[in-house]
Ligand binder design. Structure first.
Ligand SMILES: CC(C)(COP(=O)(O)OP(=O)(O)OC[C@H]1O[C@@H](n2cnc3c(N)ncnc32)[C@H](O)[C@@H]1OP(=O)(O)O)[C@@H](O)C(=O)NCCC(=O)NCCS
Length: 407
């Protein structure tokens, strides 16, 4: 996909829930219900009727949590959010890339003339993922019962893959990205988020929708802000012990496991014009890639290069970059690769990347994070009066996805 036709697809509405802490009231809310909130809000904001949406692509990858609702979360969320029985939808799992994959598949449908209006959703609730008790269905004649925790290590260890934190940390060190550099990035993420929030950049009615959680007894809980950001220091970060055997990744330079959902509504330019809608952003290009699982910190750089090439845009023309902070290693390694040894370019890239903080501060509800970086890029470009931006994210076992937006 690339070239001229892409200029005709525009994002008209984008919203997410606040992203949670691990020990949050949101841990009780099914990811499907988080999705319902953003799906309703995304259409309501621009007066699009649910029946006018041609297809919904729904990214989600915490399978253990989804299993609590049985399956087909896309279909359940669509019906609960008031979309008619005829709306087609699909759930897809491309790990943390999922909600950008959802955008890319909708984009294809729009460019192929199969749809006029599409919605991309991302939703996950990591703190709600239960432990698994394999083998119990057919009884346990003798011996211990084991519980599995799919959240632990997040590395597909059962099939012999290393924890992401190990791969990312080792590859970072090989690229000359030290623990100290990762801690400094983590501090910057927290500080940039705090500054941006104080400046009113993470507000209800724009990127965020308030979440209201009913309680069995007493008043409902209202969540209006991301729960994880914290103040910290280089000294405090330096004291933290690396996780899962990684040489560099600690709880301070990794994102917390979160709950959250995001929805992006996009359509052909023709539809937007017909409805008198001002686009939030034009989608100029979108790619997916995959590489060796170990190269998880490198793939954002590869996808950025490829998507810029497809969109016919030079890195120097890009005003803002979002790279998901799966760990601090990802933006640091990827920007170093993009700078190709040019120190001035590298510091310029640092200045324009994750300007309002990233997942280390905000949290990383895996399937929803790509929708967050995409909408944040659009809103921040708009605040700055427009420009070109690129958002990139890595996903489990060496996957990547990127998008170019113009405002
Ligand atoms: C990192 C991880 C293991 C931490 O889990 P946790 O133990 O529940 O996290 P906590 O928030 O309790 O942090 C652990 C400790 O570090 C401290 N800490 C965390 N961030 C800190 C910071 N920025 N500054 C100072 N201390 C910090 C906490 O206070 C806590 O200290 P305590 O043990 O004295 O209470 C978990 O969030 C994780 O696995 N994250 C990564 C997920 C992932 O791999 N995502 C990317 C690929 S999809």
């Amino acid at each position: 996909m690339g070239g001229k036709a892409l200029e005709e697809v525009v994002i008209v509405s984008a919203v997410r829930t606040p992203f949670s802490r691990f020990d949050s009231a949101m841990a009780e809310v099914a990811s499907v219900d988080l999705a319902v909130t953003v799906m309703r809000e995304a259409v309501a904001r621009v007066n699009v009727m649910p029946e006018e949406v041609d297809e919904i692509n729904y990214g989600s990858c915490m399978m253990a949590e989804l299993a609590l609702q049985t399956d087909i979360p896309d279909r359940q969320a669509a019906l609960l959010a008031g979309f008619p029985a005829e709306t087609i939808s699909v759930t897809l799992d491309r790990a943390c890339c999922s909600s950008l994959t959802a955008v890319r598949l909708g984009l294809r449908a729009l460019l192929a003339g199969e749809a006029e209006i599409c919605m991309a959703v991302g939703a996950d609730n990591m703190p709600r993922a239960p432990h698994l008790a394999p083998g119990l269905r057919h009884g346990r004649r003798l011996g211990h019962v084991h519980l599995l925790d799919g959240l632990f290590e997040l590395g597909y260890g059962a099939k012999g893959f290393a924890p992401f934190a190990v791969d990312a940390g080792e590859v970072a060190v090989a690229h000359g990205v030290s623990r100290e550099m990762q801690d400094a990035w983590a501090l910057m993420s927290q500080e940039r988020y705090a500054r941006a929030r104080a400046a009113g950049k993470y507000k209800i009615g724009e990127e965020l929708v308030e979440l209201v959680i009913p309680r069995r007894r007493g008043a409902p809980v209202h969540i209006e802000r991301d729960e994880s950001p914290r103040s910290t220091s280089l000294e405090a970060l330096a004291k933290l012990t690396p996780i899962y055997g990684s040489p560099t990744v600690t709880p301070g330079n990794a994102p917390p496991m979160s709950a959250g959902a995001g929805a992006i509504l996009f359509m052909t330019r023709r539809q937007a014009d017909k409805r008198g809608l001002t686009p939030l952003a034009v989608i100029r290009g979108s790619v997916a890639m995959a590489t060796d699982p170990r190269e998880i910190a490198v793939i954002p750089a590869l996808t950025i290069r490829k998507v810029l090439e497809r969109a016919g845009v030079h890195l120097g023309d890009i005003d803002l970059i979002e790279i998901n902070e799966a760990f601090a290693a990802m933006p640091l390694v990827s920007l170093k690769i993009l700078a190709e040894g040019d120190e001035r370019l590298l510091s310029a890239l640092h200045e324009k990347t994750n300007v309002n903080g990233g997942a280390i501060a905000i949290g990383h509800p895996v399937g929803a994070s790509a929708s967050r970086i995409t909408m944040h890029l659009a809103y921040e470009l708009r605040r700055r009066g427009g420009g070109l931006g690129v958002a990139a994210i890595c996903g489990g076992l060496g996957q990547g996805e990127a998008i170019v937006l113009e405002v």
